[in-house]
Design a protein around this ligand. Structure first.
Ligand code: PLP
Length: 408
């Protein structure tokens, strides 16, 4: 499967990829943290501010109408991109974190009480831990954690044993932002559903690396951020099944989420607006839709295949470096490699690589429990996107080689 454009063509569409850092060509391998934006996204947002800016869903005037239409078209783009059954099931939020907090609050208000249980996994980002802990604290509920193996594979046997009649929701990540593991979310959902338990899937990383089909996964909620999928930041998605979204209360009150307001009683708007209080980030939503369209036009399978090729090159190169350990060796993983070159502190290595123009992430990656699981304080993470090149991977491997020599 080929991309619809050459890598050279693609790279010219991402203006930032041609900048220099410390006089060296930028090698951007921090795509797990945020992705770079193509001209197609930048242009759409600029054009919107230049020619069509007005508040969404607010006015009868032409500009407001135009923006509202484009905002709703963006919702349809998202729906089609993740194969959600209905447009009303797509809620625009500020991002993954905002979406998880919204579900933890609203679902928690409606369905979680004292002594109930919430199941998450041991490889979650803090965004899929802390909102559930806060809910447990509020409701005196209990958090249960699915363990994972040294390779970074969830222990499904343990998971099955964890589900009880007190389990109210399961919340797991589609893809680990540290280990790169692609979790068997379809299986996880099927198991939970056989007990009548809904499942939230954190798709912050999943959306970037593969084809996400929420109808096939069967999950009740799927959440992601625009900035991790080549779109703008400050915008994200909460997909939820219509029946559940109808059952849970709104988590924010304000303009647009209401049907009728009096001082005695307020009634809420229908989906999706019930969950979109106030002026939403409509520019972001339209920009994110442009990013999704861009990915679709490249060929989503081809994007995933290219990333796998680059991952294989990086993995085999790193495996040949003496003393280097890769954290996360699951058979099914995406192009995210966490590693430690011997006893060298990740910050030291990261700073030296930075001086070579190489942007990697160092630290705990907002996943301290994963670090604890391995008894380490942090890793270096190279997260690869389709626009990275073989030459960049080789340059990073040489860079790591230099770092290890310097500390030898
Ligand atoms: N979940 C995972 C798996 C992530 O990787 C991240 C960000 O790195 C988040 C949640 C939080 O995303 P955001 O900061 O865009 O809300």
């Amino acid at each position: 499967m080929n991309l619809s454009k050459t890598i050279e063509e693609i790279r010219t569409e991402f203006p930032i990829l041609s900048i220099k850092v410390y006089g060296k060509p930028l090698i951007y391998l921090d795509n797990g943290a945020t992705t770079q934006k193509p001209e197609q996204v930048i242009r759409v947002m600029e054009e919107l501010y230049r020619t069509s800016n007005a508040n969404v869903h607010r006015g009868v005037h032409r500009l407001s109408d135009m923006v509202s239409d484009r905002y709703e078209a963006a919702r349809e783009t998202v729906r089609a991109f993740i194969n959600a059954p209905k447009r009303e099931e797509i809620i625009f939020t500020a991002g993954t974190t905002a979406s998880i907090n919204a579900v933890a609050f609203s679902f928690g208000e409606r369905f979680v009480g004292e002594g109930d249980e919430i199941v998450i996994s041991g490889m979650e980002h803090h965004a899929n831990i802390v909102p559930w802990q806060m809910l447990c604290e509020r409701k005196k509920a209990k958090l249960k954690v699915i363990p994972f193996t040294d390779e970074g594979v969830l222990d499904l046997e343990a998971y099955r044993g964890m589900l009880t009649e007190r389990t109210r929701i399961v919340a797991v990540t589609h893809v680990s932002n540290v280990l790169g593991t692609v979790n068997p979310v379809k299986e996880i959902v099927a198991e939970a559903h056989s007990h009548g338990i809904p499942v939230l899937v954190d798709g912050a990383q999943g959306i970037q690396h593969g084809i996400v089909d929420v109808s096939e996964i069967g999950c009740d909620f799927y959440v992601f951020s625009g900035h991790k999928v080549y779109g703008p930041n400050g915008i994200g998605v909460l997909y939820g099944k219509e029946n559940l979204l109808n059952e849970i209360p709104p988590y924010q009150g304000g303009g647009d989420m209401v049907a009728n307001v009096t001082f005695e009683k307020t009634t809420y708007n229908e989906l999706p607006f019930k969950f979109e209080a106030g002026t939403t980030n409509f520019t972001g939503a339209i920009g994110m839709a442009a990013a999704l369209d861009y990915l679709s036009s490249l060929g989503r399978e081809a994007v995933a295949e290219r990333e796998q090729t680059l991952l294989a090159r990086a993995t085999s190169g790193m495996s040949a470096i003496e003393g280097l350990r890769i954290y996360g060796t699951a058979p099914h993983k995406v192009s995210v490699i966490s590693f430690l070159p011997g006893a060298i502190h990740p910050y030291d290595a990261g700073m030296i690589l930075d001086k070579m123009g190489i942007a990697v992430r160092t630290g705990t990656h907002c996943a301290q429990p994963v670090m604890e699981r391995y008894g380490i304080t942090g890793t270096i993470r190279a997260s690869i996107a389709f626009y990275n090149t073989e030459e960049e991977i080789d340059a990073v491997l040489r860079g790591i080689g230099r770092v290890t020599e310097m500390f030898a």
